[in-house]
Write a protein that binds this ligand. Structure first.
Ligand SMILES: *[C@@H]1O[C@H](CO)[C@@H](O)[C@H](O)[C@H]1NC(C)=O
Ligand SMILES: *[C@@H]1O[C@H](CO)[C@@H](O)[C@H](O)[C@H]1NC(C)=O
Ligand SMILES: *[C@@H]1O[C@H](CO)[C@@H](O)[C@H](O)[C@H]1NC(C)=O
Ligand SMILES: *[C@@H]1O[C@H](CO)[C@@H](O)[C@H](O)[C@H]1NC(C)=O
Length: 386
């Protein structure tokens, strides 16, 4: 019964007028964003007190930063690709300096460059052990600078959103909200319907969409970047409206002050929930190049009160977040307490000096009236779409 929902009506009829640019135009836009991010690297080097940033990687074993630094027309890194950003830029020594090599000739050149620059370099945690060994074998001994691990440099580089991204983030939210308002047959059908729909819209998902029926005995594990709830009306009993949703998201946004750690935001939000008598859990994460992006985690599903390491990172400016949470709420119509899950995407507006939901927050449940379809459900069901 819990894995099979039947007969759900089509309600939302929002027309999608968003047409993606051609691949060529997309590449131009992506490179513009990447260039803006790379232009910010000297500031980041200054902020984290380092002179240089080294990435060394091989084809199919890329530094995770590669995907945020590469040109749109590049795919994997070629051969061994070494990239060195530094803050002593001159005509002779541009920044970045790049080597693509499969003969070993890059190592003496890198050593000479590092000696000329007289800098210590950091590697922002992305260096794979094979590359660290290769560096140790090939440059240490002849170069006496230091190799430091400064993770925040890479985290802030990846986490930072630049002008122009928000517009597309908003369009993406329009697509997601519009597809969430369309309808389905069984929950498995619906998952694949979402996949096909996204494919037809020329966008992709970073995990398989999950649909579940929320009743007290059915609380499956999850993660996602858009969580909405739908409610199947029990029309035979004259039910016209749906139970109230939750406002916990606003609480988290209120406390997401820049510079506070994820754990500090979490503690303050949980305290406020207690005062407001909200029983629930918070698990928010940055969103960007990756569904779970670099930056401060504010709770994680299995770590509801304190997140080691990721929770100790600061909330950064110019970032996007998935505000993900749930609250328990007694539903009089069903005479049961149900878990209301929600995830909405937020961004920080620097001019407003605060966080905002990109497309708004789900204010009401998507109402599915089974009388508009052939089959009826016996009782109200709450549906979770992730
Ligand atoms: C998706 O891409 C195809 C091929 O480029 C194009 O014909 C179609 O119009 C695009 N659809 C949308 C909704 O952008
Ligand atoms: C991106 O392309 C430019 C221009 O061809 C080139 O100079 C640069 O090295 C490329 N970036 C990377 C990370 O390969
Ligand atoms: C808090 O919630 C519980 C359970 O839903 C309820 O019994 C109680 O009356 C509420 N207390 C306040 C102060 O609202
Ligand atoms: C609601 O549920 C409780 C316990 O599950 C039960 O004792 C009570 O009779 C129910 N009330 C109604 C109106 O069905």
């Amino acid at each position: 019964m819990l894995t099979k929902i039947e007969a759900i009506a089509v309600l939302g009829c929002m027309l999608l007028l968003i047409v993606l640019p051609s691949l060529r135009e997309q590449a131009r836009i992506l490179d513009e964003w990447k260039d803006a991010r790379i232009r910010n690297i000297p500031n980041l080097l200054g902020k984290y007190g380092v002179d240089g940033w080294l990435m060394s990687q091989r084809e199919h074993a890329e530094d995770v930063i590669w995907w945020s630094i590469k040109n749109a027309t590049d795919f994997d890194a070629h051969r061994r690709t070494i990239i060195l950003f530094h803050n002593k830029r001159s005509e002779k020594l541009p920044s970045p300096i790049k080597w693509v090599d499969n003969t070993g000739s890059a190592w003496p050149e890198l050593t000479t460059t590092l000696e000329t620059l007289q800098i210590d370099i950091n590697f922002a945690s992305g260096l794979q052990v094979g590359e660290l060994n290769a560096l140790q074998e090939n440059i240490f001994g002849s170069w006496d600078g230091q190799l430091l691990n400064v993770p925040m440099l890479g985290i802030e580089y990846v986490a930072t959103r630049v002008d122009g991204m928000l517009e597309y983030y908003h369009d993406l939210q329009e697509i997601v909200w519009a597809t969430l308002e369309r309808a389905f047959l069984t929950n498995t059908d619906l998952q694949w319907w979402f996949r096909e729909k996204m494919q037809a819209l020329n966008v992709t998902t970073w995990n398989q969409p999950r649909i579940s029926v929320v009743v007290p005995e059915s609380f499956p594990g999850w993660e996602g970047t858009d969580d909405h709830m739908a409610y199947i009306l029990c029309t035979s009993e004259g039910e016209k409206d749906v139970p109230e949703g939750l406002k916990e998201g606003d609480i988290v946004l209120d406390y997401m002050h820049l510079g506070l750690t994820g754990n500090e935001v979490l503690t303050k939000s949980l305290e406020r929930m207690k005062v407001e008598n909200i029983s629930g859990q918070i698990f928010c994460h940055p969103i960007g190049d990756w569904g779970h992006d670099a930056g401060a985690a504010i709770g994680i599903t299995n770590l509801p009160e304190h997140v080691p390491v990721l929770g100790d990172l600061p909330v950064l400016p110019n970032t996007f977040y998935g505000i993900e949470l749930y609250a328990y709420h007694f539903v009089a119509e069903g005479n049961e307490t149900l878990r209301f899950r929600l995830e909405e995407n937020a961004h920080r507006s620097e001019e407003a000096g605060k966080w905002r939901f990109v497309r708004g927050r789900q204010e009401r449940l998507h109402i599915i009236d089974p009388t508009k379809r052939r089959r009826h459900t016996a009782r109200p069901l709450l549906i979770q779409i992730q």
